[in-house]
Design a protein around this ligand. Structure first.
Ligand SMILES: Cc1ncc(C[n+]2csc(CCOP(=O)(O)OP(=O)(O)O)c2C)c(N)n1
Ligand SMILES: [Mg+2]
Length: 339
């Protein structure tokens, strides 16, 4: 993730009011990181509309506080694996916006050399293990990554992210069982955005406190307000501490909301516009931090405008790169293929 400059050094006009458990710098960092994801996703939506991105494309707008809060609880070397709704996770763990965008446009400069697209990117350097299109497939993979770390005794923790829909899949519970049996250092993160494609949680299960299902395997967990980045970070720290202490896995059910459709093709018939509007107006995670920064006198409107400009610049540059980067050479057809 790019580092803050102008806004972090700018002095707020009045004396600033302390906010529990967070410094001004961290609050500004959260603002920048969430804004980067949002602007990146908006740009991806535009490029998709222009026909520059093909195939599937699932935007993370509305859910930014989940991954930004949890990344703040990680240490270098910790791992992450997620679903197809993955652009935010990549940006939050420090992958380059240009490489992500160029992968979306199917270009050589992309993280998978333009051959993977939105759902299939990886970064060994940033310990990002994808990007998985098969619902819940990443959950046992996350347990496997944690198994390797436990075996190596390296103290690392894996974050395995999945949705409320994925949480109804059988392989999740097989992974829970083994993870607890072997005390694997994995945080299972259920990003409960209330919908699985067009199906609301109310229509898919009678057991809607997803994190409590871990109790059947003896796994500890909790529910978290996913629109509050500070609450997410605090829960992430509890989860990581649990895992690093050798106590085994932990489940975080993070209550969140996606503003856009499931993917770029979504009839949007399963919820009302008013429902989405209400969430945007009352619970927006970026507005929440923005308001804390302003009311606590940690930043001025001008400081935040400067950050907005910086982020816009990063995203525009990524978009330019993703258009200019050439398409992969035909010779790449047969590289990186498992036959
Ligand atoms: C095994 C499998 N079944 C069905 C699908 C089709 N599918 C793609 S996304 C999705 C919904 C998943 O919803 P959720 O887990 O809540 O994640 P969200 O999209 O809300 O992030 C479905 C059914 C799939 N990709 N893989
Ligand atoms: Mg969902």
């Amino acid at each position: 993730m790019a580092t803050a400059t102008a806004a972090q050094t700018a002095q707020p006009a009045a004396e600033s009011a302390p906010i529990p458990n967070v410094s001004k710098d961290e609050l500004i960092k959260f603002y920048r990181e969430m804004l980067l994801i949002r602007r990146f996703e908006e740009k991806a939506g535009q490029l998709y509309g222009m026909g520059l991105i093909g195939g599937f494309c699932h935007l993370y707008i509305g859910q930014e506080a989940v991954v930004v809060g949890l990344e703040a609880a990680t240490e270098e070397g910790d791992k992450r694996v997620t679903s197809y709704r993955d652009h935010g996770h990549m940006l939050a763990c420090g992958m380059d916006a240009r490489g992500v965008m160029a992968e979306l446009t199917g270009r050589e400069g992309g993280y998978s050399k333009g051959k993977g697209g939105s759902m299939h990117m990886f970064s060994k350097e940033r310990h990002f293990y994808g990007g998985h299109g098969i619902v819940a497939a990443q959950v046992p993979i996350g347990a496997g990554l944690a198994f390797a770390d436990k075996y190596l005794g390296n103290g690392r923790v894996t974050f395995a992210y999945f949705g409320d829909g994925a949480a109804n899949q059988g392989q999740v519970y097989e992974a829970y069982n083994m993870a607890q049996l072997w005390a694997l250092p994995v945080v299972f993160v259920i990003e409960n955005n209330q919908y699985a494609m067009g199906t609301s949680v109310k229509r898919s299960t009678m057991s809607r406190t997803y994190w409590e299902r871990g109790a059947a395997y003896g796994i500890a967990g909790e529910e978290v307000d996913g629109m509050d980045v500070l609450a997410v970070k605090a829960a992430g720290q509890r989860a990581v501490e649990h895992c690093r202490s050798g106590a085994g896995p932990y489940i975080l059910e993070v209550k969140t909301y996606r503003y856009r459709g499931h993917s770029m093709s979504d009839p949007a018939k399963y919820r009302t516009r008013e429902e989405v509007q209400k969430m945007k107006e009352e619970r927006d995670p970026i507005e929440h931090v923005r308001s804390m920064l302003l009311t606590g006198n940690h930043a001025t409107e001008d400081d935040l405008k400067a950050i907005d400009r910086e982020i816009k610049e990063i995203v525009n540059e990524a978009a330019e790169f993703s258009k200019e980067s050439p398409e992969p050479d035909v010779s790449e057809l047969w590289t990186d293929i498992v036959a």
